[in-house]
Design a protein around this ligand. Structure first.
Ligand SMILES: Nc1ncnc2c1ncn2[C@@H]1O[C@H](COP(=O)(O)OP(=O)(O)O)[C@@H](O)[C@H]1O
Ligand SMILES: [Mg+2]
Length: 352
């Protein structure tokens, strides 16, 4: 039996998709990659995490397994890679396995890859162990996590694991208790603004303070989202309140609520156009879209529609698996439009 392993870790493909969505031409690098910090000292915010990890770098032999928990775009993956680099130096890549679980369909594949990786027992000077970085591990089913726990035990002599998760509570207790837990928080406004300023200067992009503040407002301490929005706004010219508003929509939340209203009113085509605009022009991620849709649904007249709730859960699940967002979200809106029509029809009937 293969136990499914899910992950929403961004693949190469989705990075490219994001680039084209943002109108960034393909030889122009995504800023999130171009400006990803390479050393712990280059990381913004997360002071507590960084200082605990700097202590580990000094005595790597004592490093336990690590669990990085916190919201998206706060530096979990970045910091894991910085740590590997600082512990192992130049050849860190040879000793670090970054598991992109979205390509690893089953826990058996994960086990196989880790086993092969851990069995290169060539121990070099200054390389205390190998590191397996398992991103977004809270998206794994609990059966897969049980299997993972055994893999961690079997390979613990040669290998340290760094797991990342949005919520540590989604990680089974036996794994949590084997890891040192590091909590990541959303980045503070001053840090995000300062980081964006640096990038504007390096890229020769003009900006004003209101523009950068607006980016922070719209992205709430998610640095990946902030950088993507900055890059999208820069394709329109200077970074100002106007250009950011254009790409961000005043508030992603309210825009998504409007899209849902349109769908429920039966205006599927218009709802779909707006959805595509939000994703492709504003650079909203499909995960944010479905998250906001869920919030809007809770506040709408359809909050107790079982069908609507199921449709939301299904779209969320498929997006996590890496399905094409345009197709999945279009199907989602079509379902909502159908629910809206049926509810209108039954209201008319009652009136008669
Ligand atoms: N604390 C941070 N300091 C500097 N840049 C950051 C930080 N957090 C995120 N970033 C930027 O956002 C991008 C995504 O960060 P990442 O580490 O992949 O986030 P996570 O794994 O928490 O979702 C990075 O490439 C980097 O450019
Ligand atoms: Mg990550």
């Amino acid at each position: 039996m293969t136990i499914p392993v899910l992950s929403s870790r961004k693949s190469e493909r989705s990075v490219q998709r994001e680039a084209s969505r943002l109108n960034v031409n393909s030889d122009q690098q995504m800023w999130v990659e171009k400006y990803r910090p390479q050393k712990l000292s280059e990381v913004f915010d997360q002071e507590q995490v960084v200082s605990r990890l700097q202590a580990i770098v000094k005595r790597p032999n004592e490093m336990p397994h690590l669990l990085f928990a916190g919201p998206p775009g706060t530096g979990k993956t970045t910091i894991a890679l910085c740590l590997a680099r600082e512990i192992m130096g130049e050849s860190w890549r040879d000793y670090t396995l970054e598991l992109n679980a979205s390509n690893e369909r089953g826990i058996d594949t994960v086990r196989e890859r880790i086993k092969n990786f851990a069995s290169y027992a060539d121990r070099r000077e200054g390389i205390p162990f190998r590191i397996v970085l398992l991103d977004e591990s809270d998206a794994m089913t609990s059966d897969a996590q049980q299997a993972l726990r055994r893999i961690m035990e079997e390979s613990s002599r040669t290998t340290r694991f760094i797991l990342t998760a949005n919520y540590s509570s989604n990680i089974i207790e036996p794994i949590q208790s084997r890891c040192a837990i590091f909590r990541f928080s959303r980045l503070a406004e001053s840090d995000v603004v300062q980081y964006l300023e640096q990038i504007c200067k390096k890229e020769g992009v003009k900006f004003d303070d209101q523009g950068l503040e607006k980016i922070y407002e719209a992205t709430e301490g998610d640095m990946r989202h902030a950088l993507n929005m900055l890059q999208a706004a820069s394709t329109l010219g200077d970074i100002s309140s106007e250009s950011v508003t254009k790409v961000a929509g005043l508030s992603g939340r309210s825009k998504v609520a409007e899209v849902l209203d349109m769908a429920f009113e039966g205006d599927f085509a218009e709802a779909r156009n707006k959805m595509i605009e939000l994703l492709q022009v504003s650079g909203m991620s499909e995960h944010d879209f479905i998250k906001f849709a869920n919030e809007a649904l809770t506040r709408s007249d359809y909050s107790s529609s079982i069908e609507a709730i199921q449709a939301t859960a299904e779209a969320d699940y498929r997006l996590l698996q890496g399905s094409n967002p345009d197709i999945q979200l279009s199907a989602y809106l079509a379902t909502l439009a159908k629910i809206g029509k049926e509810s209108q029809a039954s209201k008319m009937k009652k009136k008669e």
